[in-house]
Design a protein around this ligand. Structure first.
Ligand code: ZN
Length: 220
């Protein structure tokens, strides 16, 4: 660590390793901790005032996954300083379709009794609402917004066209997201398949398809 500068990558990597977390969105933690550092440069170096930063978070960020990541990256920094392992999140999400609450539950109720681990499931699931969202296995962070079956299909389509770009090494995953964000004219930080709604998912899929075609003809 350089004097006068917090090494964000180091903090996140050490704390994820200490907590035994591999299957998480590391990039989003780094991005979130960077946002905190930019707003509170000296506080983080000399005296970590957690309540003051929490207050800033509540004033600055609306409800949603972005705020959850900012909050949780502060927790990672705090635990890094204290030498503790970080324990997984337990959020309460609000369903965008029926306004019900979604809690972390066993996914068996989604798959006819067969469990695939935990998921955030709307309390009205099976009673007129079918929304849920999967999680990152180690920190239990939701993969994105709660999705109904229509949005789940749209997101699957996004993965079908996007994943071959980085799986076939045409571009690293981050760069591919950045190129698509540019084309969609949205911020890179908003450009995650999990975060998209139906309309943006459609735009994403066609931008990804376009990118794949231009890259694969370039590499051919
Ligand atoms: Zn619902």
């Amino acid at each position: 660590m350089k004097l006068g500068e917090l090494n964000i990558w180091h903090v996140i990597n050490v704390q994820l390793k200490r907590s035994g977390w591999e299957r998480v969105d590391r990039y989003r933690y780094i991005e979130s901790l960077r946002a905190i550092c930019e707003a509170h440069p000296s506080m983080l170096l000399y005296r970590l005032d957690v309540p003051a930063i929490q207050q800033w978070i509540e004033h600055t960020f609306g409800r949603g996954l972005k705020r959850a990541y900012i909050r949780f990256s502060l927790r990672l920094l705090h635990d890094y300083r204290s030498g503790f392992k970080t324990v997984p999140v337990q959020l309460t999400l609000t369903c965008p379709y029926c306004n019900g609450k979604a809690h972390l539950k066993d996914s068996a109720q989604l798959y006819g009794g067969r469990s695939f681990g935990l998921a955030y499931i709307c309390e009205n699931h099976g009673k007129g609402c079918d929304s849920y969202v999967g999680i990152h296995q180690d920190d239990h962070m939701p993969l994105g917004r709660l999705a109904n079956s229509e949005l789940r299909k749209a997101k699957q389509r996004c993965h079908q066209v996007f994943d071959p770009i980085w799986k076939q090494n045409l571009l690293p995953r981050n760069k591919a997201y950045a190129r698509i964000a540019e084309q969609m004219q949205i911020a890179r930080s908003e450009c995650h398949i999990g975060a998209l709604d139906e309309r943006l998912a459609q735009q994403f899929a066609s931008a990804a398809q376009h990118l794949y075609r231009s890259l694969s003809s370039y590499h051919a």
